[in-house]
Write a protein of this length. Structure first.
Length: 105
């Protein structure tokens, strides 16, 4: 299951030593709704190896502003050292996301 990521738990998740993937989304966003099942599948498939979660930009605009999210969905990838390494904007396919996640491992 995808994690619920907020500005409160973000630094803690970065410090786990695992790669982190954040899907910035909103409830009113059509492409975000279409991407949601894929994010859930990936969270299950990579459980224990990669932290994958979602950040609702309406609930937590602080984290969205920190990463200059101006369009959603935006998926941000962090390596195991906590460095942002990639950012994808817009609806993505599962294979495209898997490729980016696999590159983090």
């Amino acid at each position: 299951m995808a994690l619920h990521i907020t500005s409160e738990n973000f630094k803690e998740l970065l410090a786990t030593g695992k790669p982190l993937v954040i899907d910035f989304w909103a409830t009113w966003c059509g492409p975000c709704k279409r991407l949601a099942p894929t994010i859930e599948e990936l969270a299950t498939e990579y459980e224990g190896r990669v932290n994958i979660g979602k950040c609702d930009v309406e609930e937590d605009d602080e984290l969205a502003m920190q990463f200059q999210v101006s369009s959603i969905p935006t998926i941000v990838f962090f390596d195991a050292q906590g460095q942002m390494v990639k950012r994808l904007v817009g609806l993505q396919t599962k294979p495209a996301l898997q490729q980016q996640i696999d590159a983090l491992l």
